[in-house]
Design a binder for this molecule. Structure first.
Ligand code: NAI
Length: 358
């Protein structure tokens, strides 16, 4: 959009316009952590209008016939960004994953999960700073399962050259944009010679374009996991197909304090959906004790994304204020129970708000 000058204030319309973003609170602890994040954003004076839409069980409970209503998809298509809480998926039976459907429908092929040590959160390692990049649209998540005969089922793993190359290009570009120096691909191409073989062939070909800038390595995933838990600081960006990325990103979250403190984002060519990495946590839902940090950090990622894609540098500054405020809260021992503290969701939100600049 062209900037329109507002003469007396030396401001541009572009810089003062309220951002509209879709908010999907989700299921279980989703509404609790979403409310805390909205409160922190308001206190940080983020000029954002949240457009609330449902998905998952919340959508069905709200009267929709679908767990992924067309109106929710239309809102994301219109506003191009969303912040999403977790959505429940029944295990072993019932409806298929809303999260997977959302990613496939909107072409959100690149999942990014930054994993960073937090001062004040005691873990086995300090100085962990890595990013998991996960292919989000195919692999075993293609959902092609068949019962050939009672007692015998197959689940097809799909790998295409298009998606494998696309995620490799995304990962190298992402790494380069953030000054990262190494990409490690985890794979099992010794066994899945065709599907994982295709994935690493594409990654290797893409790596050739970045020779001298970004170091490239391939590691068989089982031994790679051992190395990851022995010394996560040797990793920078880890690139994986869908299922490995899902599992390893939770493992990596465990290295820095758990699912409550790791953010996530799903990028496509047109849209971006930022979401907490954790699920709906039915064991603690409704108790007011969930850690809102994962969704808050995802919200800060959203602000950084908007700052760059909409040329709104002020949003990056506000995102930095929020990041510094939660870092300070953690350093001061203000924490929820999952990371060794005693605060409720709302008390932690208050602790962050108290540390925002006036
Ligand atoms: P989960 O992430 O919901 O919970 C795993 C453990 O971590 C639980 O003990 C929970 O209490 C704890 N936990 C998670 N988030 C927390 C937070 N913010 N603060 C404090 N503790 C937290 O994983 P689970 O139990 O395997 O899955 C529950 C449901 O969530 C399932 O229906 C699953 O399909 C769905 N799910 C949805 C995701 C999404 O929407 N992107 C991602 C992962 C799971």
């Amino acid at each position: 959009m062209d900037a329109i000058l507002i003469p007396s204030h030396n401001l541009t319309l572009k810089n003062i316009m309220t951002i509209q973003a879709v908010l999907i609170p989700g299921d279980g602890i989703g509404p609790e952590v979403s409310a805390a994040v909205c409160r922190i954003f308001a206190a940080a004076k983020v000029d954002i209008q949240w457009l609330r839409h449902d998905a998952g069980l919340a959508a069905v409970q709200g009267g929709s016939k679908s767990t992924l209503p067309e109106s929710t998809l239309a809102a994301i298509r219109e506003h191009r960004v969303a912040l999403k809480g977790p959505c429940t998926t029944p295990v072993g039976t019932g409806f298929s994953s809303v999260n997977v459907a959302l990613r496939k429908t909107l072409g959100l092929y690149g999942a990014v999960r930054p994993i960073r040590s937090l001062a004040g959160v005691t873990t086995r390692f300090e100085n962990v700073d890595l990013v998991v990049v996960r292919e989000n649209t195919e692999g075993l998540y293609a959902g092609i399962e068949n019962e050939i005969t009672p007692g015998v089922v197959t689940s097809l793993k799909v790998a295409t050259e298009l998606a494998s190359r696309r995620i490799a290009e995304f990962a190298f570009q992402y790494a380069n944009d953030r000054g990262r120096k190494k990409i490690s691909v985890f794979h099992k191409a010794n066994i899945m010679k065709m599907s994982d073989g295709l994935f690493i062939r594409c990654a290797k070909e893409v790596s050739q374009k970045w020779l001298g800038k970004i170091h490239y390595e391939e590691l068989i995933i089982d031994a790679a996991c051992m190395r990851l838990v022995q010394d996560p600081t040797r990793f920078d960006v880890i690139l994986m197909e869908n299922l490995y990325g899902d599992i390893v990103s939770d493992l990596a979250a465990g290295l820095i304090g758990g699912l409550g403190v790791a953010p996530g984002a799903n990028f496509g060519d047109e849209y971006a959906v930022f979401e907490a990495v954790h699920g709906s946590a039915p064991d603690i839902a409704g108790k007011g004790i969930a850690n809102p940090l994962s969704l808050l950090m995802s919200g800060v990622m959203m602000l950084n994304h908007l700052a760059v894609t909409r040329d709104l540098p002020k949003l990056k500054i506000i995102g930095d204020h929020i990041r510094r405020a939660y870092d300070r809260a953690l350093q001061d021992g203000e924490k929820t129970g999952d990371i060794g503290g005693t605060l409720s969701t709302e008390q932690f939100a208050d602790a962050v708000i108290k540390r925002l600049p006036a």
